[in-house]
Design a protein around this ligand. Structure first.
Ligand code: SF4
Length: 107
């Protein structure tokens, strides 16, 4: 079993992913903390960063497409300006605008 993660670990992971992709993270600290806690809990329960907004099947092979950053994040950010959970945003997106309801791309 991999080591347990805390919120600081998850925030470092989120920052690395956002920097690598040129994305921004949600500027609302409460939402960011809520999502980071969800990722932390999923990692500590499952051993991988299952999307905090989607149910896990508790099998990394089945959940592979929804391990954060999910397979759908890039397309959602390009089309809607942010990912399904609103964790990651296009760097040019105005986060003061209301969030968009994103249809689930997962088959
Ligand atoms: S929707 Fe966002 S938070 Fe959820 S897995 Fe995809 S990139 Fe991560």
């Amino acid at each position: 079993m991999k080591g347990k993660k805390n919120v600081e670990d998850v925030n470092a992971y989120i920052k690395k992913i956002s920097d690598c992709n040129g994305w921004k993270v949600n500027f609302n600290k409460n939402i960011l903390l809520y999502l980071a806690e969800g990722l932390r809990d999923n990692f500590n329960r499952l051993g991988y960063y299952n999307c905090p907004c989607r149910d896990s099947q508790e099998d990394p092979k089945i959940d592979r497409d929804i391990i954060c950053p999910c397979r759908y994040a890039q397309a959602d950010i390009e089309e809607y300006g942010h990912c399904y959970c609103a964790l990651y945003f296009d760097s040019k997106y105005d986060q003061n605008l209301p969030l968009k309801m994103i249809p689930e791309r997962r088959p």
